[in-house]
Design a binder for this molecule. Structure first.
Ligand code: CU
Length: 139
């Protein structure tokens, strides 16, 4: 069973990644899974995106500029479970405007449920072939 991840437009389709959105509010009703994608959409050079650690997030510590995503439409695939932190490194956007996003990524749903599906399917197939066999005998 392969499921394509959900794409989340960070901050919503209208404003995107900017200084006016409360990203704590934006994230709180969403569940993120491994394989999902975050899309940071913004006007080039107005903002950028850094993936940071928890203390850099808390302190708005901006990493070296060569680590920044700067395309204006940056797609980040969530590849591992656990907490993730992102900040804008332009001017004081992080410290003054809270242009920062913290999320928690959940493990992919899949393993146990696909197991359940295949067990169900083989049971179902066994039943179907039994009915077919019975039908053949009766005809
Ligand atoms: Cu910014």
């Amino acid at each position: 069973m392969t499921t394509t991840g959900t794409e989340f437009m960070v901050g919503g389709d209208f404003l995107g990644w900017d200084i006016f959105t409360n990203y704590t509010d934006w994230a709180q009703d969403k569940v993120f899974h491994v394989g999902d994608k975050l899309v940071f959409s913004y006007i080039i050079s107005f903002h950028n995106v850094f993936t940071v650690n928890g203390s850099e997030f808390d302190n708005c510590t901006v990493p070296p500029i060569n680590e920044a995503l700067t395309s204006g439409y940056d797609i980040v695939t969530l590849t591992s479970p656990g907490p993730k932190w992102y900040i804008c490194g332009v001017d004081d956007h992080c410290s003054l405007f809270n242009q920062k996003l913290a999320i928690n990524v959940e493990k992919k749903l899949g393993k146990s449920s696909s197991h359940g599906t295949s067990a169900f399917m083989s049971g179902y197939l066994a039943l179907v072939s039994m009915v077919v066999a019975l039908a053949i005998v009766l005809v």
